[in-house]
Design a protein around this ligand. Sequence first.
Ligand code: IPD
Length: 298
Amino acid sequence: AEVDLQAVLDTLVSVAFEAGRMILAANTNSISPDTKLNAVDIVTETDRAVEAHVSARLRAAYPTFAFVGEETYVAGQTRITDAPTFIVDPIDGTTNFVHAFPHACISLGLAVGRAPAVGVVYNPFLDVLYTGVRGAGSYMQRNASLPEGRGRGERVRLPLGGQSPPPLGGLSSALVSIEWGSQREGPNFELKAQAFRRLAAAREAGGGMVGGMRSLGSAALNLCACAAGQLDLYWEGGCYAWDVAAGWCILNEAGGMMVSGNPGGWETELDSRVYLAVRGASSGQKELVEEFWKVLGD
Ligand code: IPD
């Protein structure tokens, strides 16, 4: 049967606000995170509690859908199939959350046929909500959890500034988000260090040197910023499907695209682990991606 994506969206938005209240209620002065793969790959009680709440709510509302969550994923066992699958990161930007740096969110995606179909990304600290539904556009809303007429913002279609976003120029005029993430061992470190280095370097012809680099600490919010048109590119190696599923849908619906972070891969998969996002633009998307890949490979 066809999935009613709008109904899924409504459920995910309610669940995101519930999760947001749990995240805001946590006392960040007394968090003692546990570690996962290494000392900087962290998880808190709040991540676990939010995931438990979200998974209970979604399993009750959609008992036949599959569920993949960051904190219950089992490496080598959990797989994303063609079935409708909720893909959930209870707190994307856990390091920011632990430091009370107000740039973290809950990321709730639905994939159907292994492609992003609904995305909800909610930053409870700023009360900003991003949503996207396949074929129906993506939106941003400020003061999103307030009652209608009592300060809740309008839903603003993305990209901000209208449906004919400015063209993209070369890398030297681009604002690029790039993250270290927590996976920094051996070849991961080399790949990331090289990417930072090559992008930053001044080049003789003046081209190929990035306009600006940012590492804000949330993959989902990076994708939303690309969708909004606030970032031109976002590159990361090492993140997972739950970091990107929701934001990917929001990006697509705003005219942006996701390709492989490895040079040459125009088609990419939910769990490809290396991603390059580019914002919507009236022209210059493919040229900027190609320039980025070239600099990465130089
Ligand atoms: C992390 C954030 C971070 C990214 C990492 C992710 P988490 O997610 O999105 O920006 O660099 O790769 O793992 O662990 O806070 O959910």
